[in-house]
Design a protein around this ligand. Structure first.
Ligand SMILES: Cc1ncc(COP(=O)(O)O)c(C=O)c1O
Ligand SMILES: [Zn+2]
Length: 403
Protein backbone atom coordinates (compact mmCIF):
# COMPACT_ATOMS: atom_id res chain seq x y z
CA UNK A 1 0.00 0.00 0.00
CA UNK A 2 2.86 2.36 0.69
CA UNK A 3 4.22 2.22 -2.82
CA UNK A 4 4.13 3.62 -6.31
CA UNK A 5 4.25 1.75 -9.56
CA UNK A 6 6.63 2.70 -12.34
CA UNK A 7 6.41 0.33 -15.30
CA UNK A 8 5.68 -2.75 -13.25
CA UNK A 9 7.93 -1.53 -10.45
CA UNK A 10 6.80 -1.07 -6.88
CA UNK A 11 8.88 1.09 -4.61
CA UNK A 12 8.72 3.38 -1.62
CA UNK A 13 11.03 5.59 0.42
CA UNK A 14 12.28 3.90 3.58
CA UNK A 15 14.10 5.41 6.54
CA UNK A 16 17.44 3.74 7.27
CA UNK A 17 17.07 4.56 10.98
CA UNK A 18 13.48 3.77 12.03
CA UNK A 19 12.33 1.71 9.03
CA UNK A 20 9.28 3.87 8.36
CA UNK A 21 8.03 3.72 4.77
CA UNK A 22 6.60 6.65 2.82
CA UNK A 23 4.44 6.78 -0.27
CA UNK A 24 5.31 10.47 -0.76
CA UNK A 25 8.29 11.10 -2.99
CA UNK A 26 8.89 14.84 -2.46
CA UNK A 27 10.88 14.47 0.75
CA UNK A 28 14.55 14.02 1.54
CA UNK A 29 14.71 12.78 5.12
CA UNK A 30 12.41 10.91 7.49
CA UNK A 31 10.33 12.67 10.11
CA UNK A 32 12.74 11.14 12.65
CA UNK A 33 15.62 12.93 10.86
CA UNK A 34 17.01 9.70 9.40
CA UNK A 35 18.22 9.31 5.82
CA UNK A 36 15.78 7.85 3.31
CA UNK A 37 16.51 5.32 0.63
CA UNK A 38 14.47 3.95 -2.22
CA UNK A 39 13.27 0.44 -1.52
CA UNK A 40 12.36 -1.40 -4.71
CA UNK A 41 9.84 -3.98 -3.63
CA UNK A 42 9.09 -5.55 -6.95
CA UNK A 43 10.12 -5.10 -10.54
CA UNK A 44 10.21 -6.92 -13.85
CA UNK A 45 13.85 -6.91 -14.89
CA UNK A 46 14.23 -5.74 -18.47
CA UNK A 47 17.99 -6.18 -18.87
CA UNK A 48 20.66 -8.85 -18.68
CA UNK A 49 24.24 -8.52 -17.52
CA UNK A 50 25.51 -9.42 -20.99
CA UNK A 51 28.45 -7.03 -21.33
CA UNK A 52 26.51 -4.80 -23.69
CA UNK A 53 26.68 -1.43 -21.94
CA UNK A 54 24.22 1.22 -23.10
CA UNK A 55 24.38 3.85 -20.38
CA UNK A 56 22.35 4.51 -17.24
CA UNK A 57 18.91 3.83 -18.77
CA UNK A 58 19.75 0.27 -19.76
CA UNK A 59 18.90 -0.41 -16.10
CA UNK A 60 15.56 1.40 -16.21
CA UNK A 61 13.74 -1.49 -14.55
CA UNK A 62 15.72 -0.72 -11.37
CA UNK A 63 15.35 3.08 -11.65
CA UNK A 64 12.27 4.53 -9.89
CA UNK A 65 10.92 7.07 -12.39
CA UNK A 66 7.62 7.11 -14.21
CA UNK A 67 8.22 9.50 -17.13
CA UNK A 68 10.61 9.68 -20.09
CA UNK A 69 14.01 10.53 -18.65
CA UNK A 70 15.88 13.80 -19.07
CA UNK A 71 19.05 12.29 -20.49
CA UNK A 72 22.30 13.38 -22.12
CA UNK A 73 23.49 9.79 -22.64
CA UNK A 74 25.31 9.45 -19.35
CA UNK A 75 27.05 6.28 -18.21
CA UNK A 76 28.69 3.63 -20.37
CA UNK A 77 32.03 4.92 -19.12
CA UNK A 78 35.29 3.12 -19.92
CA UNK A 79 36.73 0.50 -17.61
CA UNK A 80 40.50 0.27 -18.11
CA UNK A 81 42.79 -2.53 -16.96
CA UNK A 82 45.87 -0.77 -15.51
CA UNK A 83 48.79 -3.17 -15.80
CA UNK A 84 51.48 -0.59 -15.12
CA UNK A 85 49.86 0.26 -11.82
CA UNK A 86 49.58 -3.47 -11.06
CA UNK A 87 53.34 -3.81 -11.67
CA UNK A 88 54.05 -0.93 -9.28
CA UNK A 89 52.28 -2.56 -6.34
CA UNK A 90 53.96 -4.93 -3.89
CA UNK A 91 51.07 -7.39 -4.11
CA UNK A 92 49.84 -9.25 -7.19
CA UNK A 93 46.32 -8.00 -7.96
CA UNK A 94 44.19 -7.00 -10.94
CA UNK A 95 43.56 -3.26 -11.10
CA UNK A 96 40.86 -1.60 -13.17
CA UNK A 97 39.89 2.05 -13.34
CA UNK A 98 36.33 3.05 -14.17
CA UNK A 99 36.68 6.53 -15.55
CA UNK A 100 33.59 8.49 -14.63
CA UNK A 101 35.26 11.61 -16.03
CA UNK A 102 33.99 10.36 -19.39
CA UNK A 103 30.40 11.32 -18.53
CA UNK A 104 28.79 14.27 -20.40
CA UNK A 105 29.70 16.91 -17.79
CA UNK A 106 32.93 15.14 -16.86
CA UNK A 107 31.90 13.52 -13.58
CA UNK A 108 29.85 10.65 -12.11
CA UNK A 109 27.26 13.16 -10.91
CA UNK A 110 25.53 12.93 -14.30
CA UNK A 111 24.26 9.45 -13.40
CA UNK A 112 22.50 10.89 -10.37
CA UNK A 113 21.31 14.02 -12.13
CA UNK A 114 19.61 12.27 -15.03
CA UNK A 115 17.43 10.52 -12.43
CA UNK A 116 17.21 13.50 -10.04
CA UNK A 117 16.19 16.05 -12.67
CA UNK A 118 13.74 13.58 -14.21
CA UNK A 119 12.20 13.21 -10.73
CA UNK A 120 12.03 17.01 -10.41
CA UNK A 121 10.02 17.18 -13.64
CA UNK A 122 7.85 14.26 -12.56
CA UNK A 123 7.04 16.10 -9.32
CA UNK A 124 6.18 19.26 -11.26
CA UNK A 125 9.09 21.35 -9.95
CA UNK A 126 10.22 24.37 -11.93
CA UNK A 127 13.52 24.93 -10.13
CA UNK A 128 16.31 22.77 -8.74
CA UNK A 129 19.03 23.72 -6.28
CA UNK A 130 22.17 22.35 -4.67
CA UNK A 131 25.20 23.17 -2.59
CA UNK A 132 28.31 21.93 -4.31
CA UNK A 133 32.05 21.50 -4.23
CA UNK A 134 31.72 21.97 -8.00
CA UNK A 135 30.77 18.85 -9.92
CA UNK A 136 27.23 18.60 -8.61
CA UNK A 137 26.60 22.17 -9.70
CA UNK A 138 28.05 21.61 -13.19
CA UNK A 139 25.98 18.50 -13.71
CA UNK A 140 22.77 19.89 -12.23
CA UNK A 141 23.06 23.05 -14.34
CA UNK A 142 23.50 20.94 -17.48
CA UNK A 143 20.48 18.72 -16.86
CA UNK A 144 18.34 21.66 -15.73
CA UNK A 145 19.21 23.37 -19.03
CA UNK A 146 18.19 20.26 -20.95
CA UNK A 147 14.93 20.07 -18.99
CA UNK A 148 14.22 23.80 -19.30
CA UNK A 149 13.98 24.53 -15.58
CA UNK A 150 15.83 26.96 -13.30
CA UNK A 151 19.00 25.98 -11.43
CA UNK A 152 20.35 27.60 -8.25
CA UNK A 153 23.82 26.73 -7.02
CA UNK A 154 25.59 27.57 -3.74
CA UNK A 155 29.38 27.18 -3.75
CA UNK A 156 32.07 27.80 -1.13
CA UNK A 157 33.51 31.01 -2.64
CA UNK A 158 37.07 30.68 -3.94
CA UNK A 159 37.25 26.94 -3.22
CA UNK A 160 35.78 25.43 -6.36
CA UNK A 161 37.89 24.33 -9.34
CA UNK A 162 37.63 26.67 -12.30
CA UNK A 163 36.27 24.21 -14.89
CA UNK A 164 33.29 23.39 -12.69
CA UNK A 165 32.31 27.02 -12.05
CA UNK A 166 32.64 27.68 -15.79
CA UNK A 167 30.24 24.83 -16.56
CA UNK A 168 27.61 25.92 -14.03
CA UNK A 169 27.73 29.48 -15.39
CA UNK A 170 27.61 28.55 -19.07
CA UNK A 171 24.72 26.13 -18.59
CA UNK A 172 22.78 29.02 -17.13
CA UNK A 173 22.60 28.35 -13.39
CA UNK A 174 22.36 31.16 -10.89
CA UNK A 175 25.70 30.68 -9.15
CA UNK A 176 26.10 32.08 -5.64
CA UNK A 177 29.41 31.92 -3.78
CA UNK A 178 29.05 31.92 -0.01
CA UNK A 179 31.81 33.01 2.35
CA UNK A 180 31.92 29.67 4.08
CA UNK A 181 32.52 26.00 3.40
CA UNK A 182 30.45 23.30 1.69
CA UNK A 183 28.83 22.09 4.90
CA UNK A 184 27.50 25.59 5.59
CA UNK A 185 26.33 25.93 1.97
CA UNK A 186 24.38 22.68 2.27
CA UNK A 187 22.63 23.82 5.45
CA UNK A 188 21.61 27.07 3.77
CA UNK A 189 20.39 25.49 0.55
CA UNK A 190 18.29 22.94 2.45
CA UNK A 191 16.50 25.79 4.18
CA UNK A 192 16.12 27.78 0.94
CA UNK A 193 14.63 24.72 -0.81
CA UNK A 194 12.17 24.32 2.05
CA UNK A 195 10.97 27.91 1.91
CA UNK A 196 11.11 28.46 -1.88
CA UNK A 197 9.86 25.08 -3.07
CA UNK A 198 13.00 24.32 -5.09
CA UNK A 199 13.85 20.65 -5.59
CA UNK A 200 17.02 19.80 -3.65
CA UNK A 201 19.51 17.81 -5.70
CA UNK A 202 22.28 17.11 -3.23
CA UNK A 203 22.99 13.47 -2.53
CA UNK A 204 20.73 13.57 0.54
CA UNK A 205 18.07 13.23 -2.19
CA UNK A 206 17.58 9.45 -2.42
CA UNK A 207 16.76 9.57 -6.15
CA UNK A 208 20.23 10.97 -6.93
CA UNK A 209 21.77 7.84 -5.45
CA UNK A 210 19.48 5.65 -7.55
CA UNK A 211 21.20 6.95 -10.68
CA UNK A 212 24.65 6.59 -9.18
CA UNK A 213 24.11 2.93 -8.28
CA UNK A 214 24.37 2.19 -12.01
CA UNK A 215 28.17 2.38 -11.61
CA UNK A 216 27.85 -0.98 -9.84
CA UNK A 217 25.57 -2.33 -12.57
CA UNK A 218 28.01 -1.38 -15.33
CA UNK A 219 31.00 -2.91 -13.57
CA UNK A 220 29.11 -6.16 -12.96
CA UNK A 221 27.86 -6.07 -16.54
CA UNK A 222 31.36 -5.72 -17.97
CA UNK A 223 33.63 -7.87 -15.77
CA UNK A 224 31.39 -9.43 -13.13
CA UNK A 225 31.51 -8.45 -9.46
CA UNK A 226 35.06 -7.52 -8.38
CA UNK A 227 36.50 -8.22 -4.92
CA UNK A 228 36.94 -4.58 -4.02
CA UNK A 229 35.76 -1.12 -5.06
CA UNK A 230 37.95 1.82 -4.10
CA UNK A 231 36.61 5.36 -4.40
CA UNK A 232 36.98 8.86 -2.98
CA UNK A 233 34.52 9.87 -0.28
CA UNK A 234 33.24 13.43 0.18
CA UNK A 235 29.58 13.77 1.08
CA UNK A 236 29.55 9.94 1.07
CA UNK A 237 26.71 9.51 -1.41
CA UNK A 238 28.54 7.63 -4.12
CA UNK A 239 29.94 4.88 -1.92
CA UNK A 240 26.44 4.35 -0.48
CA UNK A 241 24.91 4.30 -3.96
CA UNK A 242 27.39 1.82 -5.43
CA UNK A 243 26.97 -0.50 -2.45
CA UNK A 244 23.19 -0.34 -2.89
CA UNK A 245 23.63 -1.20 -6.56
CA UNK A 246 25.63 -4.32 -5.80
CA UNK A 247 23.14 -5.35 -3.12
CA UNK A 248 20.23 -5.03 -5.55
CA UNK A 249 21.98 -7.20 -8.11
CA UNK A 250 22.22 -9.93 -5.49
CA UNK A 251 18.63 -9.40 -4.33
CA UNK A 252 17.25 -9.73 -7.84
CA UNK A 253 19.33 -12.83 -8.53
CA UNK A 254 21.75 -11.37 -11.06
CA UNK A 255 24.98 -11.81 -9.04
CA UNK A 256 26.02 -13.55 -5.86
CA UNK A 257 28.57 -11.41 -4.08
CA UNK A 258 29.28 -7.91 -2.80
CA UNK A 259 32.68 -6.23 -3.17
CA UNK A 260 34.54 -4.77 -0.21
CA UNK A 261 33.59 -1.10 -0.28
CA UNK A 262 36.73 0.92 0.36
CA UNK A 263 36.39 4.66 0.93
CA UNK A 264 39.30 7.07 0.64
CA UNK A 265 39.34 10.53 2.17
CA UNK A 266 41.82 13.38 2.15
CA UNK A 267 43.73 13.78 5.45
CA UNK A 268 42.31 17.27 5.95
CA UNK A 269 38.69 16.12 5.45
CA UNK A 270 38.60 12.65 6.98
CA UNK A 271 35.57 12.15 9.28
CA UNK A 272 34.49 8.84 7.71
CA UNK A 273 38.03 7.46 7.89
CA UNK A 274 38.24 8.38 11.59
CA UNK A 275 34.86 6.85 12.40
CA UNK A 276 35.73 3.56 10.68
CA UNK A 277 39.17 3.44 12.27
CA UNK A 278 37.58 3.83 15.69
CA UNK A 279 34.72 1.40 14.92
CA UNK A 280 32.03 4.06 15.31
CA UNK A 281 28.69 4.16 13.44
CA UNK A 282 28.68 7.89 12.90
CA UNK A 283 31.14 10.69 12.32
CA UNK A 284 32.46 13.57 14.33
CA UNK A 285 32.47 16.57 12.03
CA UNK A 286 35.80 18.04 10.89
CA UNK A 287 35.33 21.79 11.53
CA UNK A 288 37.64 23.32 8.92
CA UNK A 289 38.15 20.78 6.13
CA UNK A 290 41.08 21.49 3.82
CA UNK A 291 42.61 19.62 0.88
CA UNK A 292 43.89 20.13 -2.65
CA UNK A 293 41.09 17.76 -3.68
CA UNK A 294 38.41 20.45 -3.39
CA UNK A 295 35.67 18.06 -4.59
CA UNK A 296 35.97 16.14 -1.31
CA UNK A 297 36.66 19.10 0.96
CA UNK A 298 33.74 18.19 3.22
CA UNK A 299 33.81 17.98 7.02
CA UNK A 300 30.31 16.72 7.73
CA UNK A 301 29.23 14.25 5.04
CA UNK A 302 25.46 14.03 4.98
CA UNK A 303 25.41 10.37 3.93
CA UNK A 304 28.00 9.26 6.49
CA UNK A 305 25.69 6.73 8.17
CA UNK A 306 24.84 5.01 4.89
CA UNK A 307 28.51 4.98 3.89
CA UNK A 308 29.79 3.59 7.17
CA UNK A 309 27.16 0.84 7.03
CA UNK A 310 28.23 0.02 3.47
CA UNK A 311 31.83 -0.28 4.61
CA UNK A 312 31.08 -2.49 7.63
CA UNK A 313 28.50 -4.71 5.91
CA UNK A 314 30.75 -5.34 2.91
CA UNK A 315 33.81 -5.91 5.13
CA UNK A 316 35.55 -3.07 3.38
CA UNK A 317 37.61 -0.32 4.94
CA UNK A 318 38.48 3.37 4.86
CA UNK A 319 41.81 5.09 4.43
CA UNK A 320 43.15 8.65 4.41
CA UNK A 321 45.71 10.08 2.02
CA UNK A 322 47.75 13.29 2.07
CA UNK A 323 47.60 15.96 -0.62
CA UNK A 324 51.08 14.91 -1.80
CA UNK A 325 49.92 11.32 -2.15
CA UNK A 326 46.88 12.51 -4.12
CA UNK A 327 48.93 14.58 -6.55
CA UNK A 328 51.47 11.78 -6.94
CA UNK A 329 48.66 9.35 -7.81
CA UNK A 330 47.16 11.87 -10.23
CA UNK A 331 50.52 12.08 -12.03
CA UNK A 332 50.91 8.28 -12.08
CA UNK A 333 47.48 7.76 -13.64
CA UNK A 334 47.97 10.48 -16.22
CA UNK A 335 51.57 9.72 -17.22
CA UNK A 336 51.60 5.91 -16.95
CA UNK A 337 48.07 4.92 -17.92
CA UNK A 338 46.85 7.88 -20.00
CA UNK A 339 43.94 8.51 -17.66
CA UNK A 340 43.42 12.18 -16.81
CA UNK A 341 41.55 12.75 -13.57
CA UNK A 342 41.00 15.55 -11.09
CA UNK A 343 42.70 15.40 -7.66
CA UNK A 344 39.73 13.95 -5.73
CA UNK A 345 39.52 11.06 -8.17
CA UNK A 346 43.21 10.31 -7.78
CA UNK A 347 42.54 9.71 -4.08
CA UNK A 348 41.26 6.26 -5.06
CA UNK A 349 44.63 5.30 -6.59
CA UNK A 350 46.52 6.94 -3.74
CA UNK A 351 44.40 4.84 -1.37
CA UNK A 352 45.12 1.67 -3.31
CA UNK A 353 48.87 2.32 -3.16
CA UNK A 354 48.68 3.02 0.56
CA UNK A 355 46.55 -0.02 1.41
CA UNK A 356 48.89 -2.25 -0.60
CA UNK A 357 51.87 -0.83 1.31
CA UNK A 358 50.08 -1.58 4.59
CA UNK A 359 49.39 -5.17 3.46
CA UNK A 360 45.66 -4.58 3.63
CA UNK A 361 45.06 -5.83 0.09
CA UNK A 362 45.01 -9.58 -0.46
CA UNK A 363 46.95 -11.31 -3.20
CA UNK A 364 44.79 -12.05 -6.25
CA UNK A 365 42.13 -9.43 -5.53
CA UNK A 366 40.31 -7.95 -8.48
CA UNK A 367 40.00 -4.24 -7.72
CA UNK A 368 38.07 -1.46 -9.42
CA UNK A 369 39.06 2.12 -8.60
CA UNK A 370 36.46 4.73 -9.47
CA UNK A 371 37.90 7.93 -10.91
CA UNK A 372 35.06 10.31 -10.36
CA UNK A 373 35.97 13.43 -12.36
CA UNK A 374 37.98 14.55 -15.40
CA UNK A 375 41.41 16.18 -15.37
CA UNK A 376 40.08 19.29 -17.15
CA UNK A 377 37.83 20.10 -14.22
CA UNK A 378 40.74 21.58 -12.29
CA UNK A 379 43.34 23.08 -14.66
CA UNK A 380 44.70 25.46 -12.03
CA UNK A 381 45.97 22.64 -9.83
CA UNK A 382 47.63 21.06 -12.88
CA UNK A 383 49.53 24.24 -13.71
CA UNK A 384 50.52 24.61 -10.06
CA UNK A 385 51.94 21.09 -9.77
CA UNK A 386 53.30 20.63 -13.31
CA UNK A 387 54.48 24.19 -13.98
CA UNK A 388 53.72 26.32 -17.03
CA UNK A 389 54.85 25.31 -20.55
CA UNK A 390 58.35 26.47 -21.60
CA UNK A 391 58.20 29.54 -23.84
CA UNK A 392 60.89 30.13 -26.50
CA UNK A 393 61.49 32.26 -29.60
CA UNK A 394 59.72 31.14 -32.80
CA UNK A 395 62.69 29.31 -34.35
CA UNK A 396 63.79 25.71 -34.88
CA UNK A 397 67.02 26.36 -32.99
CA UNK A 398 65.22 27.77 -30.00
CA UNK A 399 62.92 24.73 -29.86
CA UNK A 400 65.83 22.29 -30.27
CA UNK A 401 67.71 24.00 -27.48
CA UNK A 402 65.03 23.03 -24.99
CA UNK A 403 64.23 19.46 -26.17
C1 LIG B 1 35.30 14.34 -8.38
C2 LIG B 1 34.58 13.92 -7.15
N1 LIG B 1 34.99 12.84 -6.51
C3 LIG B 1 34.37 12.41 -5.39
C4 LIG B 1 33.32 13.09 -4.85
C5 LIG B 1 32.70 12.59 -3.59
O1 LIG B 1 31.48 11.96 -3.83
P1 LIG B 1 30.45 11.82 -2.62
O2 LIG B 1 30.14 13.23 -2.20
O3 LIG B 1 29.30 11.13 -3.21
O4 LIG B 1 31.17 11.06 -1.57
C6 LIG B 1 32.86 14.25 -5.48
C7 LIG B 1 31.74 15.02 -4.89
O5 LIG B 1 31.56 16.17 -5.15
C8 LIG B 1 33.49 14.67 -6.67
O6 LIG B 1 33.08 15.76 -7.31
ZN1 LIG C 1 12.95 7.47 10.47
Amino acid sequence: MFSYTAEGMEYCLKCIECGREYSREDMYTCECGGLLEVLIKETKLSFKLDGNLKGVWKYKSLLPVKIEPVTLREGNTPLYRCKKIEDMLNVKVEVYVKHEGANPSGSFKDRGMTVGVTKAIELGKSAVACASTGNTSASMAMYAAKAGIKAYVLLPAGKVALGKVAQALMHGAKVIGIRGNFDQALKIVREVCRTEGFYLLNSVNPFRLEGQKTIAFEIADEIGVPDRIILPVGNAGNISAIYKGFKELVRFGLTDKIPKMTGIQAKGANPVFKAVKEGRDDIEAVKNPETVATAIRIGQPVNAKKAIRAIYESEGTAEEVSDDEIINAQKILASMEGIGVEPASAASIAGLIKLAEKDEIERGERIVCITTGHLLKDPETVIRVCGKPIEVDASVDAVKAVL
